[in-house]
Every structure is written in structure tokens, then in C-alpha cells.
Design a protein around this ligand. Structure first.
Ligand SMILES: Nc1ncnc2c1ncn2[C@@H]1O[C@H](COP(=O)(O)OP(=O)(O)OP(=O)(O)O)[C@@H](O)[C@H]1O
Ligand SMILES: [Mg+2]
Length: 632
């Protein structure tokens, strides 16, 4: 078979799935296909301009890049033709027959079948070219890659039902022509005013000029018929086509900013906030940075490239230039346009470039400022931000030493007084008790384990607030955030001196108890042997009989479990078992004469304390047996 023949190929399974879902859940938003196709044409123009920097022959004498949109009402066709980079046969198969995005499978698996939810998810995923099938019963793509000859052009055609055909054609003009054969009922997209409105709404400020045929008045069209039947059609530019970020701020409306966000971020939702800045002086550059209002479904997919769109002197250079953002700000979307970087800059050069580093630190500062203002001026929106991206921001405490202070002010926590993650360290410090010197926290696997931990008993009694940390990243957070405003952070589950929070009377009782329970403690330590480092009388328990705590410098219990789960060998630190002298169980133990029963109770108290922390027992069967025998 020669390549000239028409070949029928099947879509990748994921394409079929996505097509089906998209047509059903995005119908109410169907006009977005225009934005998607325009966005692709704009990308194609950017790519050609970039390649032509090295090889201007690619322009083939036509460097006036633009997109033409026209309709054929009789045949129900909507036609978009660009003179951008175009596609070769292989590229057509790769780009229009498969989905190359990483995380596609995970994305499809996360869909629920619920229209509203799914349409948001699909919006975040990016529907791209395939969205045209919402309104088209058939799509024809004629394309020729820049640099190839006219007879190396390709036609791709599909009705969106599992298959497409591909054949060789002749196409003298470079670029891509997309012909949508509209479904019955979609006539609105054949109306010039409707198209113009949609273009203005979504694509006014993309740099590519979008041209449509001028609507002739009746007299003009009469004249045309009579005088010069061969007169050329008049095309006119319908969008603004200036790069939005180059305009003065006072000429840009909120709607412009939002529409541009949707173009760069491929998000359906409005952004939460943005910051637009021109920097002049030795280094000149403009940034337009957006904070999205929700987290993308693949925020934790570390393979996914993220970053800003990079322009040099308004020429598009690359997507996802990650060197302009620290990793913990990877959720930021937007552009950076530099006047100083060379046009032929590559990703490798970006990595070791002083100007890039400067821009990155300025961008970082700007975002942290933006967040700080948001938290003060719009707490509700900040809460939304925190819920979406708080855990990513926390990574910054470990990564970005220079901005640690600014970052620590942006943190929000749940505490023993507040279930929602809304308490800042500043709030906490303001509410500290007069004699309280430390910021107390507890780490645990989830909110309930944290909030119900026996370690909190004395703090609750003394009405001392404790931060509840229960996100995975929190262990790393406290490893790097050891103090705030001169107050050190202290885990309540570690063996620190908490006598400072006990009153005088408490100290006396403690002394008395230590004497009274001395021999019980010795007996119990003999029973438990190496399983514990020490057994002692607790100052922190008011209702539980016992708890375990860790040595001040040891890894916390949840951290030990995380490391073990990832297969690392963990230096085992033995816990300290603390007993509550007021508890009836502990008091009864002091009187226990039966050695076997004392041993059983002792083991049981340790095991219970481990369980209360969310830990795992080495020998759960033995625990159950002991419990049953004591219940008998
Ligand atoms: N007009 C065009 N000219 C050249 N290539 C195109 C054109 N339209 C689409 N393509 C190619 O097809 C690919 C798929 O387009 P699609 O819009 O589905 O995804 P995308 O643009 O890569 O990502 P997204 O739109 O989701 O951000 C593009 O990456 C591009 O390579
Ligand atoms: Mg696209």
C-alpha cells in the first residue's frame, strides 16, 4: 500500500473515552471549542516563529501569521485556516489520534459520571482539539508542515466514532485548515456576529490576528455584483491581537485578565487572583502571574512539567519553563516576557542563568506578597487557596530558606480550639498563655488521631492551644520549622520538659506520686524490659491511664511509620511509657499481688498506648489473648 491511499486507523482507547465523556458533559459549554481551536492556531504560529528564528526559509516568503475563520452556510461548514507550523503525517497521527499527556489514565479513572463534577475535571485536563466534536458531526483537517513540499500534505478526517482516515493531498499553502461539518442544530456557529462575540470573549488578547470576511452592506454587495464580479473579498481583523501583558494595566479589564488566564492555563474556572508587573532598569521583563482557584487533578504527579510560558521580546519561546518558579509554587500559571534573554535560549541555558535566577526570586517574592495580601484582605478566598494548595506551599519551608519567614506566616493550622485549618502562627502566638513559652503541636495520621490523642489531656485542662498536624508533609514541615517569632515549636508527644505548664501544687503532687509509685514502676520496667526506654509518672494525662512519648530527638512515631512504609531502615527509638497516677487502673495495679495479672496489665497498657497513637502492634494476637483473659 502506498501512503497516498486512504488509510483507516483507530483512535487510542483513551481518545474514545474522552470524546464520549466530553460530548456529554461539556455540551452546555460548547462554544469553548472555538477558544481551543484558536489556541491551537496561536500555538502553531508561535512554534513557527520560534523555529524560523534559526531558519527563516520556513516562512516561505509569508511571515504574516494569522488565522482566518469563515463559514459556508449552505454546506454548514465552519472553517479555520492558519499559516502556522502545520503537521507532517506522523505528527497528525500522534497529535490527533492519541492523547500524549501524562496522567491520562489516572484522569479518566477519577471521573465520576456526574456531569457537573466531570465537566470541571475535563476542563482542567484540557479538552483541546477534540472539543470540536461537541458541535461537529465530521471534522476534516488539511495540513502541511512548514518546510515540506505541497504534495507532502495530509488530510485527516473523522466522525469521532472510534476511527479516522488519513491520506496524502496537495496543499500549496503552509499550515492547517480545520473544517467542521456542523451537526444539525448548531447553526448558531454559522452566524458571523455569534462567532465574533465568542472570539472577543475568549481570544481578544491572544497575539495571533484572527480575520473574518467583512460583512458587506446591501448596497456594497449589490455594487459588487454589478461592477466587479471578480472583486476580492475583504478580510478584517476581529480581535485586538496585542499581547495582553504589554498593555498598561488601566487598559485591561478584569474580564480581559480572566479570559487570558483561561487561555494560558487551559482552565474553565476563573483564577483566584493575579499579579501583573513590568520591571524596568538593568533587567527588563514583564510577568503576569495567576493563582488558580482549584488544584488540578494531577497536582501531585511529579512527572508533569509545570511552569510559566516564556516569551522573549514578545516572541513565544517555550511552555512550562519551570526555572522561573520554585517547585513549591508549581501551581502558579502565567507568563514571563524578558527583554534581556537571548532568543535562542534553551532549557539547559535557563538552568544556569543569572537573569533567570533573579527573575525567579522576584517572582517568588511577588507571589508570597500576593498571598499575604489575599490572606489579610480576603480571608475567605485565602481559605480556598489554602485548601487547594496549602500542602504544596508547605514544601517551601524545607526548600526555600530565604523566604522561610514569609512562608511561615502563610501557614494555616487546625488546633485544639479550631477544627478548620484557619489558624496562623501569628494568631497562635497572640493567644498563648502568659507563662507559655513554646508553640505546642502534635503530629498524627489524621485529624481524629491528632485531636483525640492522650498527649493533649493536660493541655486541654490548662486551656493551652495545641496545633494539630495531620497531613503527610507536616512531619517535614516541623523538621524545618523549628521556631516562629523567637518561640520554639515543641511536639507534645516528645519528651520535653512540660513542667513549666504545671502549677506549684501540681509539682508537689508529682513528687509525692513519684515516691508512691516507685516500686510499681520498677516492677513494670522489669516486665517490659527492652520494649520501653523508661516508665514514669505522667504530668500530661488526666483521663487516659497511660501513653507513650518519644525522646526529644527521636523521629516521631508517625514519621517512623512513613519511613518504614517506604522501605527505609529506621533507627528504632524506644518509647517512654507514662502512667496516670490518678487513674483507677493504675492505682489498682499498685495493689496487684498476682504476678501474671500484673504482667498482662503492664503489656496491655503499653499496647493500648501504641494503638492510641495510631501505631501497629508487633504481636496483635498476643494482645487480643491478653485482653480476653483479663476480661474473663
Ligand atoms: N492548528 C494546528 N496547527 C498545528 N498543530 C496543531 C494544530 N492544532 C492542533 N495541533 C497539534 O495537535 C496537538 C493536539 O492539540 P490539542 O488542542 O488537543 O492539545 P494541546 O494543544 O497540545 O493541549 P491543550 O489544548 O489541552 O492545552 C497539539 O499539541 C498540536 O501539536
Ligand atoms: Mg490545544
Amino acid at each position: 500500500m502506498t501512503v497516498a491511499e486512504k488509510q483507516t486507523l483507530g483512535f487510542q482507547a483513551e481518545v474514545n473515552q474522552l470524546l464520549h465523556l466530553m460530548i456529554h458533559s461539556l455540551y452546555s459549554n460548547k462554544e469553548i471549542f472555538i477558544r481551543e481551536l484558536i489556541s491551537n492556531a496561536s500555538d502553531a504560529a508561535d512554534k513557527l516563529r520560534f523555529k524560523a528564528l534559526e531558519n527563516s526559509a520556513l516562512y516561505e516568503g509569508d511571515s504574516d501569521l494569522l488565522l482566518k475563520i469563515e463559514v459556508d452556510k449552505a454546506k454548514r461548514l465552519l472553517i479555520l485556516s492558519d499559516n502556522g507550523i502545520g503537521m507532517s503525517r506522523e505528527e497528525v497521527i500522534d497529535n490527533l489520534g492519541t492523547i500524549a499527556k501524562s496522567g491520562t489514565k489516572e484522569f479518566l479513572a477519577s471521573l465520576t459520571g456526574e456531569k457537573a463534577k466531570d465537566s470541571q475535571l475535563i476542563g482542567q485536563f484540557g479538552v483541546g482539539f477534540y472539543s470540536a466534536f461537541i458541535v461537529a458531526e465530521k471534522i476534516t483537517v488539511n495540513t502541511r508542515a512548514a518546510g515540506l513540499s505541497a504534495d507532502e500534505a495530509v488530510r485527516w478526517e473523522s466522525t469521532g466514532n472510534g476511527q479516522y482516515t488519513i491520506e496524502k493531498i496537495n496543499k500549496t499553502t503552509r499550515g492547517t485548515e480545520i473544517i467542521l461539518h456542523l451537526k444539525e442544530g448548531e447553526e448558531e456557529f454559522l452566524e458571523s456576529w455569534q462567532l465574533r462575540n465568542t472570539i472577543l470573549k475568549y481570544s481578544d488578547h491572544i497575539t495571533l490576528p484572527i480575520n473574518m470576511k467583512k460583512e458587506l452592506t446591501v448596497s456594497e454587495s449589490d455594487k459588487k455584483k454589478d461592477d466587479k464580479p471578480e472583486q476580492k473579498e475583504i478580510w478584517e481583523k476581529v480581535n485586538n491581537a496585542t499581547a495582553l501583558w504589554t498593555l498598561p494595566k488601566n487598559q485591561i479589564t478584569e474580564e480581559d485578565y480572566k479570559a487570558f488566564y483561561k487561555h494560558v492555563a487551559h482552565d474553565f474556572q476563573d483564577p483566584l487572583v493575579w499579579s501583573h508587573n513590568k520591571v524596568e532598569g538593568k533587567q527588563e521583563y514583564t510577568t503576569l502571574l495567576y493563582i488558580p482557584s482549584q488544584a488540578p487533578f494531577d497536582l501531585w504527579n511529579h512527572e508533569k512539567p509545570r511552569g510559566l510560558k516564556l516569551y522573549v521580546n514578545r516572541v513565544f519561546i517555550m511552555d512550562d519553563a519551570e526555572q522561573f518558579l520554585p517547585r513549591y509554587l508549581r501551581f502558579i500559571k502565567g507568563i514571563v516576557d524578558s527583554n534581556n534573554l537571548p532568543l535562542n535560549i534553551s532549557r539547559e541555558i535557563l538552568q544556569n542563568n543569572k537573569s533567570v535566577d533573579n527573575i525567579r526570586s522576584a517572582v517568588t517574592k511577588r507571589i508570597l506578597e500576593l498571598l499575604s495580601n489575599l490572606s489579610k484582605e480576603k480571608p475567605e478566598q485565602y481559605k480556598q487557596f489554602w485548601n487547594a494548595f496549602g500542602n504544596v506551599l508547605k514544601e517551601g519551608l524545607a526548600e526555600d530558606f530565604n523566604n522561610r519567614e514569609a512562608l511561615s506566616k502563610l501557614l494555616r493550622f487546625s488546633t485544639t480550639n479550631c477544627a478548620e485549618q484557619t489558624i496562623s502562627l501569628e494568631n497562635y502566638v497572640q493567644r498563648m498563655k502568659p507563662n507559655q513559652e513554646k508553640v505546642y503541636y502534635i503530629t498524627a495520621e489524621n485529624y481524629f488521631a491528632a485531636n483525640n490523642s492522650p498527649h493533649l489531656e493536660i493541655f486541654r485542662e490548662k486551656e493551652i492551644e495545641v496545633l494539630l498536624l495531620y497531613d503527610r508533609i507536616d512531619e517535614w514541615l516541623v523538621a524545618h520549622l523549628t521556631e516562629f517569632n523567637g518561640k520554639s515549636l515543641q511536639s507534645v508527644a516528645k519528651d520535653a520538659d512540660i513542667s513549666g505548664i504545671a502549677d506549684e501544687k501540681g509539682k508537689e503532687t508529682q513528687k509525692k506520686n513519684e515516691d508512691e509509685f516507685k516500686s510499681l514502676l520498677t516492677q513494670m520496667k522489669e516486665i517490659l524490659g527492652d520494649k520501653v526506654k523508661e516508665i514514669r509518672i505522667s504530668q500530661r494525662l488526666t483521663s487516659s491511664p497511660a501513653c507513650i512519648i518519644n525522646e526529644q530527638n527521636a523521629l516521631s512515631a508517625p514519621m517512623q511509620r512513613i519511613l518504614q512504609a517506604t522501605g527505609q531502615s529506621v533507627p528504632l527509638s524506644k518509647p517512654i511509657l507514662e502512667l496516670n497516677p490518678e487513674h483507677r487502673l493504675v492505682q489498682r495495679l499498685k495493689e496487684e499481688q498476682d504476678d501474671t495479672r500484673l504482667a498482662d496489665w503492664t503489656h496491655l497498657l503499653l499496647e493500648e498506648s501504641i494503638l492510641a497513637e495510631g501505631g501497629h502492634l508487633e504481636d496483635p494476637a498476643a494482645f487480643v489473648k491478653r485482653l480476653n483473659s483479663l476480661l474473663n
